[in-house]
Design a protein around this ligand. Structure first.
Ligand code: ADP
Length: 478
């Protein structure tokens, strides 16, 4: 990130500086705009406004006159009073004057010089009406003189309106003074607001940074606080989840080291002690020796399986596995797997059933799918109840899907643990105390493989009643 921070700690790119500068820019822009509008344009604006007002008055008088309305005089008087203008109408021989702006009785002589000039100009120009600015030579007062024909030109009737233009200088200086105050207040408010907003924005970010530093130091129990903004709240939520996941992984890994070292230790101790026994005692007694060698082989196999599981899980996790996809009959594959377990019915008093449907071809990695089924069946065998009952079942769902289920009547899995059994190194609490070997890797391998096949999978389980681990795959044409 690009930050410029000088020795005093001022950072040009910090949220605080940027917010304060933006607010000050905005305040300055507003103030400059208002100042220039007020001081430079107020004069023009005032004169334009007067000209428009005068024209409107003239139009009203014109229409009233043309419609022959007898209210003309009243209207002229009220316009003159309302707008503070001098109104004169020359109709035939008659001259009517009104001046609402002064208390002096108006007369024909009032503004007669300006009126005369304006009329001359109008007649010379051939226009219907015109306005001009006149400066009083003595008082320097400015006025707007409007003249137009009243009714048709050939009757020679005239309407004059003279609007005095008051000097706006005094108004401008009042405004300037007020604007100075307003500007100062605006700057102060902008500064305060910017500081308030920036500190409200930066405080949660600072808090999150501090917590993240702690997390980096391995303190997984830190809590991230969002500070009330949607974005920062979301960031805090994400980081809380991340720290929870990290905590969980660490927890599982600690468990794994404990489990694995225990699981490795037991067969190693057995191997060592049986080897010693052969060495010391049974070496010359073929029957005993064979028995002891058998134990060594079984334990070595167990070690082998454990190491393989760990390798498989870590390869799958790091996406190093390539699938060898082909079309194969999943029912046949399931039977091949089940057969290695069905022998337990005869040797160990299990009741393992295999219920099949008609062949169902799927597209996937046959060996990996066999590993999935083997892991699920071996779990059912490991965790089945006293009745040693396990049911492996394949069913077709229409012509679209095939479903693999393995049921047992074991302890089952508590509802709050169901989602976790698929996680790496997770071993459900109900099975912890039992002397059942396991690494907590089997189901995580199953999950990774099924995910690579885009298969649906799940587990339905009730504590005390048993479990049903299942997956479904799309049937393809043979
Ligand atoms: P493990 O090597 O411990 O069996 P798995 O990943 O295969 O590891 O299973 C994770 C956990 O899920 C097991 O420790 C066990 O608690 C639970 N589990 C798996 N299958 C079953 C089942 N059929 N019945 C009850 N619990 C099961």
């Amino acid at each position: 990130m690009n930050t410029k921070r000088n020795r005093s700690g001022f950072d040009l790119y910090s949220i605080r500086t940027v917010t304060i500068l933006s607010f000050l820019w905005f305040a300055a822009f507003l103030i400059v705009t208002i100042w220039s509008l007020q001081t430079f344009f107020i004069n023009n604006y005032y004169e334009d406004m007067k000209a428009r007002e005068t024209q409107n008055s003239a139009m009203m008088l014109q229409t009233t006159y043309e419609s022959g309305n007898t209210n003309l005089a009243n209207l002229a008087l009220s316009i003159s009073v309302d707008t503070g203008t001098f109104v004169r109408m020359d109709i035939g021989e008659e001259i009517y004057v009104f001046d609402g702006g002064t208390i002096v009785e108006p007369s024909e002589a009032t503004y007669s010089y300006e009126i005369g000039k304006a009329r001359e100009k109008l007649v010379a120009s051939g226009q219907k009406s015109l306005s001009l600015m006149a400066n009083d030579s003595k008082t320097k007062a400015r006025r707007l003189v409007y003249v137009s024909y009243l009714g048709k030109r050939r009757y020679g009737n005239f309407l004059y309106i003279v609007a005095p233009l008051y000097p706006v200088q005094s108004t401008i200086s009042i405004l300037r003074q007020q604007l100075t105050y307003i500007s100062a207040i605006a700057f102060i408010i902008a500064l305060l607001l910017a500081r308030l907003i920036s500190s409200r924005l930066t405080n949660p970010i600072k808090g999150i940074t501090e917590s993240a530093i702690k997390l980096g130091q391995g303190k997984y129990n830190v809590k991230f606080n969002g500070g009330g903004f949607t974005e920062t709240n979301e960031l805090a939520r994400t980081l809380n989840t991340a720290s929870y996941e990290m905590q969980k992984t660490e927890h599982y890994q600690r468990d794994l080291i404990a489990n694995v070292s225990h699981d490795l230790k037991t067969p190693l101790t057995m191997i060592k002690s049986y080897a010693e026994m052969i060495n010391d005692i049974s070496g010359d007694i073929p029957e005993k020796r064979a028995q002891h060698l058998n134990v060594i082989i079984t334990e070595a196999d167990r070690l082998n399986k454990l190491v393989n599981d760990m390798l498989a899980a870590s390869r799958l996790q790091s996406n190093q596995v390539e699938l060898n996809k082909e079309k194969f009959d999943i029912v046949e594959a399931a039977l091949e797997v089940a057969e290695t377990y069905l022998v337990l019915n005869d040797t160990d008093g299990y009741f393992i059933n295999f219920t099949r449907c008609k062949p169902a071809y799927v597209y996937g990695d046959k060996e990996k799918m066999k590993q999935v089924m083997s892991n699920l069946i071996s779990n059912a065998v490991k965790y089945c109840g006293e009745d040693k009952f396990v049911n492996i079942e394949l069913t077709r769902i229409g012509n679209k899907k095939v479903r693999f289920d393995v049921f047992d009547h074991g302890e089952g899995i508590a509802a709050d643990e169901l989602a976790h059994v698929w996680e790496r190194y997770y071993r459900a609490s109900a099975n912890h105390n039992r002397a059942i070997e396991g690494t907590g890797l089997g189901l995580s391998i199953v999950r990774s493989i099924l995910a690579l096949h885009n298969a649906n999978y799940g587990v339905d389980s009730k504590v005390g009643q048993g479990s049903d681990f299942w997956f479904e795959m799309d049937i393809v044409k043979k």
